[in-house]
Structure formats: C-alpha cells, structure tokens
Write a protein that binds this ligand. Structure first.
Ligand code: SF4
Ligand code: SF4
Length: 164
C-alpha cells in the first residue's frame, strides 16, 4: 500500500504554512489551500492516484511510481507535451514556464530520501496533514477519530471529513 498525505479538513485553519513551506522547498507551491468563505479551507495536493491517468498517458516515462507509491517525475525525460495535465482530473500538473517542462508534487522525494516528512506536512501547525500508509494512519487514529466523531455528533456539529 502506498503512502499519501492524509488531509483532515476540520483541522485546517487556512494559515497557508503548507503553501509557504512547499514554495521554499520547490520554488513554487505545489499544494494549494482553497478558501470557501464562512465555510472551510481545503488544502489540496496531487492525490498520487493508485491508477494514475497522468502516468498512463506520459509518452516518455517522465512520470513514474516511486518506492513509496508517489507519482514522481524525471525532469530530464519530460518533453513538455502536457498530456499529463490534460489527463489529470484535478488539474494538478503545471507547466514550469522557465524550463517548459511539467511540475507537480512528488511528495518531496529528496526529503523522503533523507528520512524527512514532506515539507507541507512538517510545517502544518495543526496536524491537518499527515503522511503515511493509510491503513496505519487509520489504525493510529482510530481512537481519536471515533471519540471525535462521537463528540461532534453530541455537539450537533458536522462530522470530521477526511480525504485519502
Ligand atoms: S497528477 Fe493528477 S492524475 Fe496524476 S497522480 Fe496526481 S492527482 Fe492523480
Ligand atoms: S498548514 Fe495546515 S492548517 Fe495551515 S493551511 Fe496548510 S493544511 Fe491548513
């Protein structure tokens, strides 16, 4: 099972620390925080889909699945055709206007190689972002998830929502 960034919308306070950390790491933010005034804020990055359309259409093999299951890319193989951008249902791949090649979240490959967490996850002050294998995270969080769900229901609040 691959590792992903697990997003707990209810914990997000919209501070954009994740965007700033990503920009510092990569020169441009690959995670975006979408604001819905008076409702919520939603941080969103590449979903590293299990069956990734971007990866399937890439004609040069510039996109590939790495050892943690991330959809990573090799800039030296990218020819800037943007087929991945057309195929992605979330509009994630963006053109790097300077180098005319694609740019997308790779879950911070270099940081992971050093045993570090992705920059956005490290910087989030509320732990709205978690990185790991989803079943492990769910098991780790089961207690707090169940109790939070119960408390939210008792208070008549909306229930926690997670994006896998
Ligand atoms: S770029 Fe789009 S299609 Fe490719 S893995 Fe990310 S979310 Fe999925
Ligand atoms: S750093 Fe965390 S709390 Fe701040 S905007 Fe990003 S996800 Fe939300």
């Amino acid at each position: 099972m691959s590792k992903k960034i697990f997003i707990d919308f209810k914990r997000c306070i919209g501070c954009r620390a994740c965007e700033v950390a990503c920009e510092m790491e990569h020169g441009e933010a690959r995670i975006r925080v979408f604001e819905f005034p008076d409702l919520t804020t939603i941080p969103f990055n590449c979903r590293h889909c299990e069956k990734a359309p971007c990866l399937e259409v890439c004609p040069t093999g510039a996109l590939y699945r790495d050892q943690d299951g991330a959809v990573a890319f090799d800039p030296l193989k990218c020819i800037g055709c943007l087929m991945c951008a057309v195929a992605c249902p979330f509009g994630v791949p963006k053109i790097d206007e300077v180098n005319k090649i694609m740019d997308k979240c790779d879950l911070c490959s270099e940081r992971r190689a050093e045993g570090k967490l992705p920059a956005c996850v490290s910087s989030c002050p509320t732990e709205a972002l978690k990185f790991g294998e989803i079943n492990e995270l769910l098991w780790d969080r089961e207690g707090s998830f169940v109790s939070r769900l119960k408390e939210a229901r008792e208070r008549g609040e909306k229930e926690p929502i997670y994006l896998l």
